[in-house]
Write a new protein. Structure first.
Length: 270
């Protein structure tokens, strides 16, 4: 079904009022075959926006009318990748959770790399402007997971992000959350985004707001070796977080820059 973004003028209402109206929409939507994906509220201007998966504008507005009577002033059809790129999310935000159990000496960090699969082909197919939107959608989903799980973005690599975590369990949680977010995104977006993720843990060298060393290189190589829509981690990651997560042993992988095969494991994330 098409995706619509509507705009309401709601001066005098509070954030709590808007949250309640959104909940009323959710209670009614099933009767009309509509999904209210999320909403935004600008309390300064008294403006609210709803993101709606609906067969047509009229059906979406019927839900508003029955739920609370607040009909939108403007409605446009949008693409989810553009919404993700510019507004940062396409679902209601989840509260940040505190992760423990993988906490280790702060000198030991998990390093994560994400990589957009076939980004060059995507740019050739979509053109520069549209491809940049897709990269922004990737960045928004990854950064949301980093924020929720306590990760720190180290740098953008052009078609991915390098991040660091003090909490190893949180790093694996974040990787799983990222792929789950992309799976949800791809269910509703015309243009699909596929990513791969690599993780290693060790004591990287910090210099000028960047991280270097074998841990960083191994995480990057594991990411490059991963299949689309998968998370590949090193043996040390599995030893630090087991039995919290389920892994598939991929055996030793020959990767560039390492004389010995690197033991690799895939994380079950669904």
């Amino acid at each position: 079904m098409p995706i619509f973004l509507d705009r309401h003028e709601l001066k005098g209402l509070t954030a709590a009022d808007i949250a309640q109206a959104h909940q009323q929409d959710l209670e009614v939507q099933g009767r009309y075959g509509v999904r209210f994906l999320t909403y935004w509220f600008d309390d300064t201007r008294g403006t609210a926006f709803c993101l709606i998966d609906a067969p047509d504008i009229e059906t979406a507005m019927q839900v508003h009318d029955e739920a609370h009577g607040q009909i939108a002033r403007d409605v446009i059809e949008v693409d989810l990748s553009a919404v993700e790129a510019f507004l940062g999310r396409i679902s209601d935000p989840e509260p940040a959770t505190c992760c423990s159990g993988g906490k280790v000496d702060p000198a030991l960090r998990a390093i994560m790399f994400t990589d957009i699969v076939d980004s060059t082909a995507m740019t050739a197919r979509l053109g520069d402007t549209r491809a940049v939107e897709m990269v922004r959608a990737h960045d928004a989903m990854v950064r949301r997971a980093l924020r929720d799980k306590g990760g720190r973005e180290v740098k953008h690599t052009g078609d991915g992000i390098m991040a660091a975590f003090d909490d190893i369990t949180a790093a694996v949680d974040a990787a799983r959350a990222i792929l789950q977010a992309f799976e949800a995104f791809n269910l509703a977006s015309r243009e699909k985004l596929r990513v791969r993720i690599g993780l290693d843990a060790g004591e990287p060298v910090a210099d000028h707001n960047d991280l270097f060393g074998m841990t960083v290189q191994r995480a990057a190589r594991l990411c490059q070796s991963a299949e689309p829509d998968s998370i590949v981690v090193s043996e040390i990651i599995t030893s630090l977080v087991a039995p919290r997560f389920s892994f598939v042993d991929l055996g030793g992988r020959t990767v560039k820059g390492f004389t010995q095969p690197v033991e690799a494991f895939a994380v079950n994330w669904r």
